[in-house]
Design a protein around this ligand. Structure first.
Ligand code: SAM
Length: 191
């Protein structure tokens, strides 16, 4: 299954952290990449590059200047669009059907989402009908879609990987960055 995210309406003045968090959740919860529509923000692009360098994987991100044609092209190629909105259908009601699709674009807003998005979307889906956050909505949706398996995903080419630990932080430094096969020294590393 190929899953991408479209983050709508980035505003440099307000959304720096939240757009970065939307992208980090997309990456960590199994999406392949993220389209970002709104004001171009170099600091977001830099943060995402830094995460990719440190923690590996092939997650991509790119700014778009026309979200309608991005959606239309996705649909032409056989993809479906799921718009996350508190006004949509219940998550539980649509999840079975959505899970059967091969190519899914998950659309999340920030500022007000234009009415045409509700029409372009194949599914308008609510993660509960209370206002909360695009970060939370995306995390819950992706986790339901992948049934928790996404959390087991390995990210190739990481400089560091984390060894699960009951207490403290144990981080493994990988010497062979290309194929991530040889383990480096084991080190405790602060943030
Ligand atoms: N009134 C907005 C709405 O349509 O959901 C809430 C705006 S919220 C600041 C920004 C984004 O968070 C929304 O565009 C939507 O993608 C997501 N979101 C917030 N609450 C949600 C919910 N209960 N279910 C699904 N998505 C939600």
């Amino acid at each position: 299954m190929k899953v991408v995210v479209l983050r709508y309406g980035h505003r440099i003045s307000r959304d720096k952290r939240i757009t970065t968090h939307v992208a980090l959740v997309a990456r960590a919860f199994g999406a392949e990449g993220i389209y970002i529509y709104g004001e171009y923000d170099e600091s977001v692009a830099r943060s995402l590059d830094h995460v990719a360098e440190t923690w590996g994987g092939s997650f991509w991100s790119g700014w778009i200047d026309d979200y309608v044609s991005t959606i239309q092209n996705w649909k032409k190629e056989g993809g479906i669009v799921v718009h996350l909105t508190m006004y949509g259908q219940d998550l539980e009601e649509v999840m079975g059907e959505v899970s059967l699709k091969d190519r899914i674009m998950v659309f999340v807003g920030s500022s007000k989402v234009p009415p045409e998005v509700y029409r372009l979307a194949d599914y308008n889906v609510a993660v509960g009908h209370q206002p909360h956050s695009e970060v939370a909505a995306l995390a819950v949706f992706l986790d339901r879609l992948f049934k928790g398996q996404e959390l087991m995903k390995r990210f190739n080419g990481a400089r560091f990987t984390i060894l699960p630990s009951k207490a403290g932080k144990i981080v493994r430094e990988t010497q062979d960055e290309k194929n991530n096969k040889r383990d480096g020294r084991w080190a405790s590393k602060g943030e």
